[in-house]
Design a protein around this ligand. Sequence first.
Ligand code: HEM
Length: 398
Amino acid sequence: MEQPPEAIRSQEGQLSPFDWYAEMRAEDPVRFDEQREMWDIFRYEDVDRVLKDHDAFTARRTREDNEFSSDAEDDTGMLQTMITADPPEHNRLRGFVDERFQPGSIREYQPRVEAVTEDVLDALAGEEQFDFVDEFAIPFPVTVIAELLGIPAERRDQFKAWSDALIARPKNGTQTEIQRIQQERQQARQEMSDYFTKLVAERRGGDGDDFITLAANTEELSREEKVGFCILLLLAGNITTTNLLTNAIWSLEEQGLTDAVRTGAIGRKQVIEEVLRYRSPVQSLNRIAIADVELNGKQIQAGDAVTLWLGAANRDSEVFDTPEEFRPERRPNRHMAFGMGVHFCLGAHLARMEADVAMQQLLERFDRLDADLSNLDPLYSLYGLKSLPCEVNRTASP
Ligand code: HEM
């Protein structure tokens, strides 16, 4: 993974990432970082251009520099999934599934997502205090993906354990701990890969409406690519959604807006869009130049790596009024939290629906939902929190 520069870590005495972005947008919007040997790009217009210029910038990966996509690629070895493919190859890898992630199809999944939300909340029955990240924001999206992939209920715990191993981060950072986590991650990947290989073979020719059957029956993908697709859904759709949910509860508490959303004075969908902009779950993406390009007066050469700071673009005052303020009512809200161009997030509509259903049920189930913001420990560059302690009162008759 590309470590975000020290300066963006919000430790005491250091700049917050958002202060750093503001400084960079104003003073050095396209800059070469000698230490990381890559370009950093901060303004909306420039990020937008790079993401849409598939002739000059590739999503193929040749450097270990981005957690978001490197995990996906490690899993499938050298094999490409859509996230690291360029057009026209990209279209082959994504085309078979695009329709199933459009708003119409996503609406059909809503009852199943509602049922998953109820189950995850039922597991919290009787608790007056819980960690929102561990007890809700992590298990909820994993279970949704398991449901949509058609993972049998009795394998869900195993599935969750694999997912936990994939997202585990060292807590104390000792060499032994890092090695253990890497080994467990490797093992989880291998087991998952074996498991999906088996399911893809079993479901070939079947008529189920799950994503494994869909992949199994397409002529477009090789067997390994089908397995890669299943693993990509798990990797791309989980921590990101975990962070959106966490950042939503964090932002509502911080802004004192929880009750306004509960009463409907502020729409949930608008809140979700503003959280995506204001605390973007994916703060940065990476590309590699495949042609010489001039960008904002700087000469980027073929072979150069670039980091596109979505979190900075989403607070660019050229595009957003008062960008440093959390304002759910802003319209339009042209954030690029889901990226731009052909790689625009496949799961964007699903993630939005998951967040909407989750927020609705949380606010129905608890007539008080207080998040404790006294000891926040943000994670970058997939931006969220390690934990978010909450105190709740259960609504008398839901
Ligand atoms: C791509 C963000 C949820 C599946 C992306 C990209 C971003 C993103 C920024 C572009 C990557 C790039 O250009 O290199 C998010 C955020 C989410 C979220 C912020 C939640 C709030 C999901 C979910 C799924 C998903 C729930 C699937 C179930 C994908 C896939 C791609 C992708 C497959 C690759 C698309 C392509 O390369 O054509 N996502 N994502 N994402 N996302 Fe999401």
